[in-house]
Structures are given as structure tokens and as C-alpha cells.
Design a protein around this ligand. Structure first.
Ligand code: PEP
Ligand code: MN
Length: 343
């Protein structure tokens, strides 16, 4: 298993060293690879937020590697960053989800790695899924980076804080030889959800985790809501398969049924979110009707909606009776939401 752990961003030397020491002290099995992560050049949404310490932080990552014998990883987004990171001897590099959305940028990174002869010192490249749900682009990026002769690993980090398990499964099926890690921190954006997602990664037989940890998450300069405190490394909340633990002994190959059920559960989550959104719209329509003295029940509108859906359903192999049952149930609930006394 790969464990890539560390803060979202390197903020100062002390924060880097404190976090790296906690990571280095973790008991992992000899077959596991422990890596310290910290972003130096941060792809932030707003230019008004912390953009990373940049080149200055390379020396801190070198300290982690030299003093703690812990390989470090950082994100690279431009050929110049590749050159500096390679020349500083950083052991692992990763391509972030925003850069991964641009194949020209990824090609430039691959070209820079080749020009720097990075395969001599870089032990691995991690490539996140693109921010948009496009498994073919992810696979294309892996192929571009594989031309560097450096081992490439994929990191699933979801899209817009949704798991997008379907995309991870497609990658697993199409690139079975590429190790696949989970980044539950960016996938969820929520530290409280990270431990359960780590468990899911084990259940699905993934090959590792990239998790954000910080000495004081609440004060982190980026991604403060999703970083785990260092105490989570000490009391095993990340569900390491440490010696003697149950997780190590139970390791059947994950079945396609497990993946398909995971994808189905996510689909159901979306379905119910949409039902909830529909009810919120219904309540707004209810307010409008009340203000304009329009009756709540409009049968002709319902029949119009229903007949359009039944036509669509017939073209998609869904029975018109099922559509009527579901639409009627949704409509009844909508009426309830438009009638404040019934809520
Ligand atoms: C990161 O790992 O710090 C990061 C920016 O991730 P992503 O590219 O997945 O958003
Ligand atoms: Mn982050």
C-alpha cells in the first residue's frame, strides 16, 4: 500500500517538520510505501487566498528526505516547477486535478520530465483524476506520463466533492496494472468523512491513500475543513492494516458486485438529492401560487408532465406504469410541500 500523508500546503518549516515526523513514526508494514506530501505551488480558485510558498519550500522537503529518510511528494503544474523539483531531488511528484483537465499542460510536464532525465531520481508520478468526470482524459494523462519511464500511479479524488466511483471503476477495469490510490480528503472536502472513505478504499482493494494531515487543521492556510489532525495518525483512525489488525487478515479480492453496489449507492444518493432539490423548487412554486391566489392542485400540469415522461421512458426501456407510480408519488409529495399546513 502507498500512504501519501501530509498537509495540503507546506506553510512553514516547523509545520512541515512536525507533520513529517508524525508521518515517519507511523508503523507500516515493510511492503508499504510511506511518503510525505506537501503542496508548494497551490492551484487555488481565488487569487486572494494563499498560493503556496513556492520554491522556498523545496529546501524543507529536502530536509524531510535527508533527516527523516522519508520520501517527499509535491504537486507540479508547470515545466519550471518540474525542473526545480527534479533538481532538488524530490522523490515523488503529482499532477493535480486542475492540471489534469488540460492535456497540453500534462504533455508539457511529461516533456520536461524527459528533458530533465527525471527517471534517474523521481521514483513515482501520481496523477489525480481531472476535475471533470472524464476517465478517458485520465487514462490519456497516464499514457503521456508513462513515456517518462517513471512509474505512474493514479489517484482518485472525485469531482465536486462527489465520489464518482463509476470513474474509478472504469479506470480499474481499463488500466488494471496502474496502482490506484484514493484521496478521501479532496474527494469529500470534509475531515469527518475521511476515515470511512479510507475504509472504503480497503474494501474496494485500492492500492493506497493520499490523505491530508496538519498539526492544527483549523488554522491551515488551505483546505482546513478536510485535513485530519496529527492525532489521527496516532490512534489509527486511518485504518492502517497494521500487524495483527483485522483489516490485514481480511483481504479477499474486491468483487465487481462490491464495486457495482458502491456505484449504485452513489446513484441513489444523487437520486434522493434530486428529489430533495425538487421539493425545494416545489416550495418556491407553492409560495408563488399562494401570492397569486393560484390553486395548489393543477391536474392538467400533472398529466402533461406524466405523458412526457412516459414517452421518454418507453424509449429507455422503463415501463410506463413504473413512471406513473414514481411520478404520482413525487407529485403527491410536492403537493404536500406546497401546502404548508401539511408539512
Ligand atoms: C492537493 O492534493 O493538494 C490538491 C490540490 O489536490 P487536487 O488537485 O486533487 O485538488
Ligand atoms: Mn488540498
Amino acid at each position: 500500500m502507498y500512504y501519501v500523508l501530509g498537509p495540503c500546503s507546506a506553510e512553514n518549516e516547523q509545520q512541515v517538520m512536525t507533520t513529517a515526523r508524525a508521518v515517519a513514526d507511523l508503523a507500516v508494514s515493510p511492503s508499504d510505501t510511506l511518503i510525505f506530501r506537501a503542496g508548494l505551488w497551490k492551484p487555488r480558485t481565488s487569487p486572494a487566498t494563499f498560493q503556496g510558498v513556492g520554491f522556498l519550500g523545496l529546501a524543507w522537503l529536502q530536509r524531510v528526505q535527508n533527516e527523516l529518510h522519508l520520501p517527499a511528494a509535491t504537486e507540479v503544474a508547470t515545466p519550471e516547477q518540474v525542473r526545480h523539483a527534479v533538481q532538488a531531488g524530490i522523490a515523488y511528484l503529482w499532477v493535480g486535478a486542475r492540471t489534469a483537465a488540460n492535456p497540453i499542460a500534462v504533455q508539457e510536464l511529461a516533456d520536461a520530465l524527459i528533458a530533465e532525465q527525471a527517471q534517474r531520481s523521481v521514483r513515482g508520478l501520481f496523477v489525480k483524476n481531472p476535475v471533470n468526470e472524464d476517465v478517458n482524459l485520465w487514462i490519456g494523462n497516464i499514457a503521456r506520463l508513462q513515456t517518462t519511464a517513471i512509474p505512474v500511479m493514479a489517484v482518485h479524488r472525485g469531482c465536486n466533492h462527489r465520489p464518482c466511483w463509476r470513474m474509478a471503476y472504469a479506470l480499474r477495469l481499463q488500466c488494471p496494472a496502474v496502482p490506484l490510490l484514493l484521496d478521501p480528503s479532496h474527494l469529500s472536502g470534509d475531515a469527518a468523512r475521511v476515515p470511512a472513505l479510507c475504509g472504503k478504499a480497503f474494501e474496494l482493494g485500492l492500492d493506497g491513500l493520499m490523505v491530508e494531515v496538519h498539526p492544527h487543521p483549523a488554522q491551515a492556510l488551505s483546505d482546513s475543513a478536510q485535513q485530519l489532525p496529527l492525532s489521527s495518525l496516532l490512534n489509527n483512525q486511518l485504518c492502517w492494516p497494521t500487524s495483527g489488525s483485522a483489516t490485514q487478515q481480511v483481504a479477499p479480492p474486491p468483487s465487481s458486485l462490491l464495486w457495482l453496489r458502491t456505484i449504485m449507492d452513489e446513484t441513489d444518493d444523487r437520486l434522493w438529492e434530486v428529489v430533495e432539490q425538487r421539493m425545494a423548487i416545489s416550495r418556491q412554486i407553492g409560495d408563488y401560487k399562494q401570492q397569486h391566489a393560484i390553486p395548489v392542485l393543477q391536474p392538467e400540469r400533472f398529466w402533461d408532465i406524466l405523458s412526457k415522461r412516459q414517452q421518454w421512458a418507453a424509449e429507455h426501456g422503463i415501463s410506463p406504469q413504473t413512471v406513473e407510480q414514481i411520478m404520482s408519488a413525487i407529485h403527491d409529495e410536492s403537493i404536500r410541500h406546497q401546502t404548508p399546513s401539511k408539512l
